[in-house]
Unconditional design. Structure first.
Length: 75
């Protein structure tokens, strides 16, 4: 894993509408340019990120129980 530095790391500032460098405090991170609170992704990037995760999730779950209450076993 590459070591990131202050100059390489960016978060999205909704006030600047851009990915910017930021300062970290105990509760939030703040834009260096305008001082606004920043977040990890823009709304569009967050939606795309979540949709890409959903497509990779396995579809399934626990096997259904038969009428006697035991789990079905597959051959």
């Amino acid at each position: 894993m590459d070591n990131s530095s202050f100059y390489d790391d960016h978060k999205f500032c909704p006030e600047c509408n851009d990915y910017v460098t930021y300062l970290i405090s105990m509760d939030s991170s703040y834009c260096v340019t305008c001082g606004g609170v920043v977040r990890l992704f823009s709304e569009d990037d967050w939606t795309n990120f979540n949709e890409s995760l959903k497509s990779r999730r396995p579809k399934g779950g626990r096997p259904r129980k038969n009428k006697t209450g035991e789990d079905k076993k597959t051959a």
